[in-house]
Design a protein around this ligand. Structure first.
Ligand SMILES: Nc1ncnc2c1ncn2[C@@H]1O[C@H](COP(=O)(O)OP(=O)(O)OP(=O)(O)O)[C@@H](O)[C@H]1O
Ligand SMILES: [Mg+2]
Length: 240
């Protein structure tokens, strides 16, 4: 492992983005500390409104912290301008959004190709790579479709293909299995795990328990704050 791999991929300290103006109330996240090593699969859980998407938007440089420090892939995200954040997003993260954010006037195939950073591959290579991902995710027959004609589960898989085609150091996925049947949900998680094994790092938001077996770290949010999981033995002293 070289030195760059030994430093954590993500280091956050006191990270705060609070949308609430009321004192003592957190809508977003507050004072969050987080360290994620290269090759981790972080599972983020918490009730609706607990701050999961707010955290992912910060990690993806789509929003800026109000307080605290955030360093990802060697970049100090608090200290860079909009152009720097755009470069970071293009080079360092693949995002699978909770609401997909596919480009409505592009086909499925073009949406997946749009995940490739400029100059990474020539057009023909990119087109082949997009087809490969569509095959992998069972979307080949929807290749020419427009996003508006897809089911929610199909949209989610297109969004995943768009993130995977880039092979970024970090994939942020916000409930990517939320609209999927159990078989497709497991397929999506397995693709994220394969990507992790090939050198990637995953931060996944999910309500389901299916991802637990892939987790290297679990992060639970309650009203914007990190609450570490209590070992079962403290709750049930009879358990080991
Ligand atoms: N841009 C914003 N402006 C004002 N309030 C916001 C904004 N974004 C989020 N919030 C509020 O912050 C809180 C956390 O929202 P967030 O989207 O992070 O929750 P979540 O944990 O992802 O929930 P869900 O499981 O429903 O997706 C909520 O109370 C939400 O209403
Ligand atoms: Mg959310």
């Amino acid at each position: 492992m070289d030195d760059a791999m030994k430093t954590p991929l993500i280091e956050a300290s006191g990270l705060t983005r609070n949308h609430s103006a009321r004192p003592g109330v957190v809508a977003g996240i507050a004072d969050l500390d987080l360290r994620v090593a290269h090759g981790e699969f972080v599972v983020v859980q918490g009730a609706s409104g607990s701050g999961k998407s707010t955290l992912l938007l910060l990690l993806g440089a789509l929003s800026r912290p109000q307080r605290g420090t955030l360093r990802i892939d060697g970049v100090d995200l608090g200290g860079i301008d909009a152009a720097g954040r755009a470069r970071f997003r293009s080079e360092s993260v693949g995002f699978v959004f909770q609401l997909f954010h596919l480009v409505p006037y592009l086909t499925v195939h073009q949406n997946v190709m749009a995940g490739l950073p400029d100059g990474r591959m020539d057009h023909r290579q990119g087109a082949e790579e997009a087809d490969r991902w569509l095959r992998e995710l069972g979307l080949t027959d929807r290749r020419q479709a427009q996003p508006a004609t897809l089911s929610a589960g199909e949209r989610q898989r297109v969004a995943l293909a768009r993130a995977l085609i880039k092979r970024p150091p970090l994939i942020l996925a916000d409930e990517p299995t939320g609209n999927l049947d159990p078989a497709n949900a497991v397929r999506v998680l397995q693709h994220l795990e394969d990507y992790r094994r090939s050198g990637g790092t995953v931060v996944l938001v999910t309500h389901g328990a299916e991802a637990d077996r892939f987790a290297t770290q679990r992060l639970r949010l309650e009203a914007g704050r990190r609450v570490d999981l209590v070992p079962l033995s403290t709750v049930h002293p009879s358990l080991p």
